[in-house]
Design a binder for this molecule. Structure first.
Ligand code: FES
Length: 183
């Protein structure tokens, strides 16, 4: 059953990291990922929290790692917890932020959760069949654009170098990538 998009346009996302991070799926090497011992901290000082995702040593080239974060989402007066997948990749051998890529799984067509197919090394959207290459570039619509990249940062955390991700949602249905307001 595909995950359905949150179509309540009045939903106002006020995002805070509140929960642990768990492995969903990944290529070989997933078992070597160390989960963060604590969450809920902001490493970047920006308006949104930078989330510690994985030790750099756990990210290997040619692999897509799928991790899950828990977000606290304010929906009107209601505060609810939302689990959100994030795809991580190492694209170079260095250990600076440019060597890593994080992709949002939210499909830009209508918001379904894009899934990674390890065998084909492709991303597929289960709702209307959009396909993306392993680097997130659009291969087949109806999604109007490539998968949305998330800002990444490398910083020390718990005695090691970690990849941090800035979670962001984007406006759907447009070729142009526009961040949704996260106040
Ligand atoms: Fe992904 Fe429609 S929501 S193709």
């Amino acid at each position: 059953m595909p995950e359905q998009p949150d179509d309540d346009r009045r939903t106002f996302l006020r995002i805070a990291v509140i929960g642990g991070i768990g492995i969903l799926t990944a290529g070989a090497g997933a078992a070597s990922v160390f989960l963060p011992p604590k969450t809920g901290q902001s490493a970047g000082g920006g308006p949104q929290p930078l989330i510690p995702m994985a030790r750099l040593a756990a990210l290997l080239k040619e692999e897509v790692l799928s991790l899950e974060i828990s977000l606290s989402v304010r929906d009107g007066w209601r505060l609810r917890t939302k689990r959100q997948r994030v795809y991580l990749q190492r694209v170079a051998d260095t250990d600076d932020a440019a060597a890593f890529k994080a992709l949002s799984p939210v499909c830009s067509h209508a918001g379904c959760t894009i899934e990674y197919h390890e065998k084909e090394k492709q991303f597929h959207c289960p709702c209307h069949g959009a396909k993306f290459k392993q680097d997130g570039s659009l291969e087949k619509g109806p999604a109007p654009r490539d998968m949305d990249p998330l800002e990444v940062t490398v910083a020390d955390h718990d005695g090691a170098s970690w990849l941090f991700v800035n979670w962001q949602e984007f406006v759907m249905g447009t070729e142009q990538r526009t961040p949704r307001g996260n106040a």
